[in-house]
Design a protein around this ligand. Sequence first.
Ligand SMILES: Cc1cc2nc3c(=O)[nH]c(=O)nc-3n(C[C@H](O)[C@H](O)[C@H](O)COP(=O)(O)O)c2cc1C
Length: 160
Amino acid sequence: MTALFNSDLKEMAERSVLCWLATADDSGQPNVSPKEVFAVADDEHIVVANIASPGSAKNIHINSKVCLSFIDVFAQKGFKVYGVASDVKQGQTEYFRWVEPLRMMAGDRFPIQSIFVVRGTAVEPIIAPSYRLYPRETTEASQVQAALRTYRVKQEVSNV
Ligand SMILES: Cc1cc2nc3c(=O)[nH]c(=O)nc-3n(C[C@H](O)[C@H](O)[C@H](O)COP(=O)(O)O)c2cc1C
């Protein structure tokens, strides 16, 4: 059976500083917020640290369907993951199965209240329109250069 999360998705998740987690309440009202402490846990699960996300937690308890997206803002590529989430709390036996990749990222200063465990059901790539509209002139390197200008990031000159 092919894994839902391929190596491209795993690499892009590592390169993405944030993910955006979308949930909805029982009326269908969407809610979306950024989460920095997240990781691909295996071939079909993404874990997200609930540090300060009462709205997402509340929604997940009402409606487990979620969508999560992340992009490398410089390459301007990423993925959208549709899935079903559970809210795993400290004290539940499965907590220790999921917490490991998040603990290092959160450190002691950001206590983890619970873990949103997202089991992916479908994935879709996200790419900036330039890749599709102007394929001959758009490369990952050209997008990185454009994004560096957009975000006004100065690159250090390395002698290595
Ligand atoms: C850059 C950034 C990173 C964040 N990372 C996290 C995170 O990893 N986990 C978390 O629970 N909240 C994180 N937050 C805070 C939530 O996004 C914020 O508290 C939000 O209002 C939660 O909304 P919700 O309760 O509707 O989920 C982050 C916020 C920012 C701006």
